[in-house]
Write a protein that binds this ligand. Structure first.
Ligand code: SAM
Length: 262
């Protein structure tokens, strides 16, 4: 009897350790994306690849970007992956008016400024350290996402501060739920939604973006990661609206994308 119990406990430990080692893979199986996946090259022709040789393909000129890396020791929160950053940078090359919800360190803002043409303007809306004290948490808002808003609202200077492209960027320190979008209707070619990840904020930012995007403009959302606790509300909201809007999940990224055909 005791022998059986020991074997059972060992088996459970092995199962638990296997789960820990393969956590990402297991989560992918359990929490399937409800949004259709697409290869970025099937979404926009700037991502078409050029054939270099029988076994090698690479980016065409349209998708060659200016970039930089942040050292892992420099613990900056809320960043995109290299592949996501490349997609956003390449789309910025053909966008003149760009809007971002959520600046944080300004990594993506900087990339958008580096890659857009010299007359392009980038507006980025964010919360400063002094603005998080009076934030409202709605009953539908995930606790971890609410806490992350506070942890990520720590910058007053950004990665692009003092650089040659700073003049292309306008930072607005304001709560996006109070932001008046009426001056910006149909104005933007590209909008990146990466502000608060609570349900109320993602819904607010998305609804405003649908009004602010121009015809053929593109909206991107960051952090569509089914199974990730801090992204739970982003996933719920996007799953819901993707029933009405043609929102797609870019394969191998946490980015969702939408092109405004209206
Ligand atoms: C995940 S970080 C953004 C990361 C950034 N886009 C990047 O790619 O490096 C989230 C940002 O959203 C901002 N934010 C969160 N809730 C907000 C709100 N209600 N209004 C405006 N900004 C908000 C935070 O202050 C923080 O700067």
């Amino acid at each position: 009897m005791t022998k059986d119990i020991i074997i059972l406990i060992l088996l459970l430990i092995v199962l638990f350790l296997t789960y820990l080692i393969n956590k990402k893979k297991v989560k992918k199986i359990i929490y399937k994306s409800k949004i259709k996946k697409i290869n970025i090259s099937d979404f926009d022709q700037i991502f078409d690849e050029k054939i270099i040789s029988k076994n090698l393909k690479g980016p065409k000129e349209d998708a060659i970007i200016k970039s930089f890396n942040i050292s892992p020791q420099n613990k900056i929160v809320g960043m995109t992956s290299d592949y996501e950053a490349w997609i956003i940078s390449a789309l910025s090359k053909k966008s003149n008016k760009i809007f971002e919800f959520g600046t944080c360190s300004g990594k993506t803002t900087y990339l958008m400024a580096l890659n857009s043409n010299k007359d392009a303007k980038i507006t980025s809306l964010t919360l400063g350290p002094n603005q998080v004290k009076n934030l409202n948490k709605e009953s539908t808002d995930n606790k971890i996402s609410f806490r992350n808003i506070i942890n990520e609202s720590i910058y007053e200077k950004f990665l692009f501060s003092g650089t040659d492209v700073e003049n292309k960027i306008n930072i607005i320190f304001e709560d996006s739920t109070k932001f008046d979008e009426s001056k910006y209707i149909n104005k933007f070619d590209l909008i990146f939604i990466d502000g608060g990840h609570t349900y109320s904020v993602v819904k607010n930012d998305s609804e405003k973006s649908f009004k602010m995007i121009n015809k053929n403009g593109i909206i991107l959302w960051h952090d569509y990661v089914p199974g990730k606790q801090s992204a739970k509300n982003v996933v719920n909201y996007l799953n819901e609206i993707s029933k009405e809007k043609n929102i797609l999940n870019i394969r191998d990224t946490s980015l969702c994308i939408f092109r405004n055909r209206d």
